[in-house]
Design a protein around this ligand. Structure first.
Ligand code: SAH
Length: 217
């Protein structure tokens, strides 16, 4: 997500350190203390301007959410929304998704959302894709054994790459949709900023849910 640098973004986040976590490593393994409850923890890696995670937090008060983005200015726009929403179950974190092991303990997270992750189409940038094997290794550690990753994108190349990456890692794929907005699931879709833009242009949205361990139904 490209945004112009926002003046004062850092100070703004600092001013709201009750919502934008400043020393995230302090909370590793103790996020339930930060939220003052034992509710399940769902995170979005690359939350952008935060619409998805804010709406999810409003809709599901029994779940704790953390929106994560590497860009300061982007996260400051997410903070605008979080302040308006005024929900106790949402925090923002400005960190690199490749460092999640520093901020989450083993099995601390129940669900990871990856929405419209940067596609990094050049093969020399493969390692930066949020579905590259090193990221999957990290996700596996911080997720509960039956935890899930929900991934959606408009980018066919990234989607195909990610399906292969998940499969190579021995993950279980379910609810694959090659046109999310035309599927049975469409009524339940919580749109992200990017999703709305792409959907308005008539672009197809791909989605999949994956797990490291198969759940017994
Ligand atoms: N999920 C949002 C934004 C998608 S754009 C939406 O759907 O609208 C992708 C976002 O991922 C950008 O905001 C970018 O800053 C963030 N990002 C890219 N690499 C990242 C990384 N390694 N760790 C955390 N965030 C990352």
């Amino acid at each position: 997500m490209r945004v112009r640098k926002r003046k004062g973004a850092e100070e703004y986040l600092l001013e709201h350190s009750q919502l934008a976590v400043m020393q995230p490593d302090r909370w590793q393994g103790r996020w339930c203390d930060r939220f003052c409850n034992n509710h399940p923890l769902h995170i979005e890696v690359g939350c952008g301007k935060g619409r998805f995670i804010t709406e999810m937090a409003k809709r599901n008060p029994g779940i704790n959410y953390i929106g994560i983005d590497i860009q300061l200015s982007v996260l400051s726009y997410a903070l605008d929304k979080v302040l308006v929403a005024d929900v106790p179950n949402l925090q923002l974190l400005r960190v690199d998704g490749s460092d999640l092991l520093n901020y989450f303990a083993e099995s601390e997270v129940a669900l990871i959302y990856l929405n419209f992750s940067d596609p990094w189409p050049k093969s020399r940038h493969e390692k930066r894709r949020l579905t590259y094997s090193s990221f999957l290794k990290t996700y596996k550690k911080i997720l509960l054994p039956q935890g899930e990753i929900h991934f959606k994108t408009d980018n066919r190349g990234l989607f195909e790459y990610s399906l292969v990456s998940f499969s190579n890692y021995g993950m279980f794929l379910k609810q694959i949709s090659l046109d999310l907005h035309a599927s049975d699931f469409a009524g339940n879709v919580m749109m992200t900023e990017y999703e709305e833009k792409f959907a308005q242009k008539g672009q197809v949205i791909y989605r999949v849910e994956v797990q490291f361990i198969k759940r017994e139904y």
